[in-house]
Write a protein that binds this ligand. Structure first.
Ligand code: AR6
Length: 503
């Protein structure tokens, strides 16, 4: 059963499973056998034989490696590997939306009507008619072909970024796209431990309520697939890379010693226009969830989720990154932006195609885009005062400290500025004045310039500028930290100005 026929046309990378008898048995076992006339059971294409799994494949089916659908351990049950079944489905033409919905349902083993995948339906229908034709005629077949390349693109299991690992995984953009296409078709095994985000299957996006923002997130992702499928020079996808790292520091020791150096205030530039993602060359903060990506593949649609759908390669980090500890962050380098957006939250929408001109490093193949995920503490209305407690302040400074720490490619004196903003102050209910000061302290401890985006709030911009000017003139980093410890409540800027001489 583990051997199957596989046609491999090296120019178009198309593959077809021909073990139809086997496939019928498997489908019957799942009670999903389509009617005899179904387009899913077409005559096989001419093919060459290939043994599954591919020769030399190194499979680690354990808690420290990503479980790929192409692994022989990914099974239907009773020792029957799942991959030939998935490959069989993906090798068949998917000429229209109903066929696409049905294919996904068959892959996940769901016997619901195709109509249950309403958000997916709406996302596809929202494309202009000409683009719908291009999607089914060109893009989807290219996605299927890329999906079928999985065993070839991943000759070994991908290691996970587990707690405390301080590790980096580098993938080509083609590998990243392959994983995302599998997410789209929902082929990943769902046996993900609780300490990881869900498998990167798009199931929760495709199904359930068709919220406007959910549909628009899918539109962004369809746009990404169109771009990848129609890329002028496909070799760029094999050449360019994206890296996914997990960074942990001993903040309990490092933060006090950084304070002891008497570091001066880092320069701050406050911007009431623009957004973090527009700050090319900066260390761009992702206001993250402790599970990388937060609700990107569900209903979330704020800063992190939006960043992940306009730079979809970030979504791979959801599959790789174990839940963050207080002293850890994740760093994604090289993710490309493919789309612009308008609106935010419930009004979020795909806006237009975006051509990312950020330079690509000739040696690493990585675009100079650095996205750093730091998760703030979440406060509910009844716990919001807790953020002013000393322990909470220490936790948040430690988190910003690890997020703003020098990266391996940054020599002393060449630190990128950090582009940040109202971290932890939206969904997570934090206090803007407090979070601003904590981030400014962390940036200063590293000697990193800070650009602060107020997200269009000019009043906040004025307040920040006034405070920055006063504090930088009259108080040291160490003094502000002491004031913070004693303060313990809101209206921090007012308290700080009381420590500064009147103008
Ligand atoms: N550039 C600059 N500022 C921004 C941008 C942007 N592109 N987008 C939003 N803001 P939020 P949190 C501002 O709520 O509170 C996600 O689900 C804007 O003022 O995303 O740390 C994660 O997965 C906004 O109110 O961050 C977590 O689960 C503020 O930044 C959770 O949200 C905070 O954005 C994190 O919540």
């Amino acid at each position: 059963l583990v051997a199957y026929w596989y046609s491999l046309d090296r120019t178009v990378h198309s593959a077809t499973v021909v073990t139809l008898h086997w496939l019928e048995e498997v489908a019957a076992a799942r009670e999903l056998l389509p009617p005899a006339q179904s387009p899913y059971f077409q005559p096989p294409l001419p093919c060459q034989q290939l043994v599954y799994p591919v020769e030399g494949y190194v499979d680690f089916w354990d808690a420290t490696h990503l479980h790929l659908p192409s692994s022989p351990h990914s099974q239907l049950g009773n020792g029957i590997p799942l991959w030939p079944y998935i490959a069989g489905l993906l090798a068949q033409p998917i000429p229209h939306i109903t066929a696409l919905q049905r294919t996904i349902l068959q892959i996940v083993g769901d016997t619901s009507s195709p109509r249950c995948l309403v958000p997916l339906y709406k996302a596809v229908q929202s494309l202009p008619p000409a683009d719908q034709s291009i999607f089914f005629d060109t893009v989807l077949p290219a996605m299927q072909a890329l999906a079928l390349e999985l065993p070839l693109l991943f000759p070994a299991s991908v290691p996970l970024l587990t707690t405390g690992s301080n590790a980096t995984v580098v993938l080509t953009k083609r590998q990243a796209a392959c994983l995302l296409v599998h997410g789209f078709f929902c082929t990943f095994p769902e046996d993900v431990p609780d300490t990881f985000p869900h498998a990167i299957n798009f199931w929760r996006l495709h199904s359930g309520r068709a919220d406007h923002s959910k549909v628009q997130k899918l539109v962004c992702l369809l746009h990404y697939f169109c771009r990848v499928a129609c890329v002028a020079d496909p070799s760029t996808l094999a050449r360019e890379t994206v890296s996914f790292a997990r960074v942990g520091l001993d903040v309990a020791a490092l933060v006090p010693s950084a304070f002891a150096t008497g570091a001066p205030w880092a320069p701050v530039s406050v911007r009431s226009t623009g957004a973090i993602e527009t700050d090319e060359g900066a260390l761009q903060m992702d206001f993250a969830n402790k599970f990388a990506g937060g609700g990107v593949l569900g209903r979330g649609c704020v800063q992190e989720e939006i960043r992940f759908v306009i730079n979809p390669e970030c979504i791979v980090s959801c599959a790789l990154t174990q839940v963050l500890e207080n002293n850890e962050c994740f760093v994604i380098q090289g993710a490309e932006q493919y789309a612009t957006y308008c609106g935010y939250g419930g009004s979020f929408a795909f806006d237009a195609d975006f051509v990312d001109t950020t330079p690509v490093d000739a040696v690493t193949g990585r675009r100079n885009t650095v996205i750093v995920g730091i998760d703030a503490t979440k406060y509910a209305p009844h716990t919001v005062r807790h953020q002013f407690r000393y322990t909470d302040v220490v936790r948040e400074i430690g988190k910003a400290f690890v997020g703003f720490a020098p990266l391996p490619d940054e020599a002393p004196g060449t630190l990128r500025p950090v582009a940040t903003g109202n971290w932890g102050c939206g969904v997570f209910g934090g206090d803007v004045e407090l979070k601003f000061m904590l981030q400014w302290i962390a940036a200063s401890l590293h000697g990193r310039r800070m650009t602060y985006y107020t997200f269009g709030n000019a009043v906040l911009g004025d307040a920040l500028n006034t405070t920055v000017e006063k504090v930088a003139q009259h108080l040291s980093v160490q003094q502000v930290y002491q004031i913070l410890k004693a303060h313990g409540g809101p209206r921090l800027f007012e308290a700080l100005s009381q420590h500064c001489p009147a103008d």
